[in-house]
Design a protein around this ligand. Structure first.
Ligand SMILES: [Mn+2]
Length: 456
């Protein structure tokens, strides 16, 4: 947990921003997996963590913006609870630990809120128990607070030095996970066994994953969470995996490497295009530039490269304007990263990623751009271009000759079965440009081949 002054300052700042009324922040509860007492791994709500730091289930907090005083609601364990779960610090001691002035039992929450005259601010709920809690507290009249949502986004978007350190500490573990994956992959091995090694490394080092790993020979399936394949020489592996820091900050890294440890010349050609897409995008990663411009530049580099290989034709800018690159690069260049791997997405993807009032494109590809707005010093974002050969999408577009002025379908079809390549790093926007966070993780073709050289 951060020291309490950091948490006190964060709460004071949100009071200044929201200006009036009460701020009600709910903490997460245990979630049953298959029966009530067998629960999923507990993860505290990120907004609750950000302002209160307490990683215990069953807590809620109310912050009074006028007095800047807070009340922590929660129940001390009963003597029966202690028999099963062991003891934990009292609710009052939790409050003291994070600089909260007062504590009350959960049974007082409803009365406290209903006796208040004035606005009660709360955030959108993403779990059924919270939706039900809000319905019951506010008599089915749920109005999330625009002021609170935009203030939280503004505050959490700019990472303080201690938050950068958290992301970097998560990346220390992530770097080892990625090297382990490269060194334990070879012909005949299952994806599952490598996933187990990576997750085991995170767990045995006191960490856990920030999201379920994508580790697959079918990298063209963008969010593939199956690990049942045997890998074969000649195939590529796409590894999108990241650990969480001890204060629950995420990291999010993708590397793509050949099962055999040596890239084929065709794989090298596509890999080099994705590498250049990332380099070009990173050059534009500085305060004042829009992330959309970096996304479009990466897209343009993709078209140029694919044109050189005889898969595309025509003017690259024109191709990008028409969305032709999205056959190969259908997702956005990246997203915010912080306590959540897609940071603050629970508050509204457009509110986090787009300027107020700006429209999100409905063009295939660009529509999936999660982050578009002007970059500011203190943002932490992912930069993750990719090129994929998605058999279903190729057939679909080819059947209607979609954008045939830019796409040479007879050539593209030869790449069915190639898979996909993505390269992803975590980037801190600074006053003068950017820094790539964390230790170096093998990324160039020669770094990857060297890292894998010891494979059987
Ligand atoms: Mn990502």
């Amino acid at each position: 947990m951060f020291e309490k002054n950091i948490l006190i300052n964060r709460r004071s700042r949100i009071c200044d921003e929201v200006q009036s009324g009460l701020i009600f922040l709910y903490g997460n509860n245990p979630v049953p997996m298959n029966y009530p007492s067998n629960t999923l791994r507990f993860r505290q709500d990120s907004n609750f963590l950000y302002y209160c730091g307490l990683d215990f289930p069953g807590l809620n907090v109310i912050i009074d913006t006028d007095s800047k005083r807070s009340v922590l609601f929660g129940d001390d364990l009963t003597s029966d609870d202690i028999v099963w779960e062991g003891s934990r610090i009292s609710i009052m001691d939790m409050a003291i630990r994070v600089g909260i002035e007062e504590s009350m039992p959960t049974s007082k929450l409803e009365q406290y809120l209903s006796s208040y005259i004035g606005k009660i601010h709360y955030l959108p709920a993403y779990r059924a128990d919270h939706i039900n809690l809000l319905k019951s507290l506010f008599k089915n009249n749920i109005h999330t607070s625009k002021e609170l949502i935009s203030s939280v986004i503004a505050q959490r978007s700019i990472k303080a030095p201690e938050e950068i350190l958290e992301i970097e500490s998560a990346l220390e573990i992530t770097a080892e996970m990625h090297k382990l994956a490269m060194q334990n992959s070879s012909d005949g091995v299952t994806e599952q066994s490598v996933v187990g090694k990576m997750e085991g490394y995170a767990l045995s080092n006191g960490s856990r994953l920030a999201y379920p790993s994508i580790f697959t020979i079918n990298g063209e399936i963008l969010h593939n969470n199956n690990y049942h394949n045997f890998m074969k020489n000649g195939q590529l592996l796409l590894n999108d995996s990241g650990a969480e820091s001890s204060n629950y900050y995420a990291s999010d890294i993708t590397r793509t490497f050949p099962v055999s440890g040596k890239f084929s010349s065709q794989q090298k050609e596509i890999y080099s295009i994705v590498f250049k897409m990332q380099e070009a995008a990173l050059k534009l990663c500085k305060a004042g530039n829009s992330f959309k411009s970096a996304h479009l530049e990466a897209s343009r580099i993709a078209v140029e490269g694919l044109k050189n290989l005889g898969l595309m034709r025509g003017d690259p800018d024109n191709a990008v304007q028409n969305g032709a690159h999205a056959l190969f690069f259908p997702h956005g260049l990246g997203h915010m990263l912080g306590l959540d791997v897609h940071d603050m997405e629970g508050l509204g993807e457009d509110l986090v990623g787009y300027e107020f009032g700006s429209d999100r494109s409905d063009q295939f590809g660009l529509a999936y751009l999660r982050l578009s707005k002007e970059l500011k010093s203190g943002f932490v974002i992912t930069v993750e271009p990719g090129i994929y050969f998605i058999p279903h999408l190729i057939e679909d577009w080819a059947s209607t000759n979609k954008l045939v002025d830019f796409i040479i379908y007879d050539e593209v079809k030869k790449y069915k079965g190639f898979g996909g390549i993505r390269i992803e790093d975590n980037v801190h926007i600074t006053e003068n440009g950017h820094e790539i966070l964390g230790p170096n993780i093998p990324k160039t073709i020669s770094e990857i081949e060297t890292c894998m050289a010891g494979n059987a």
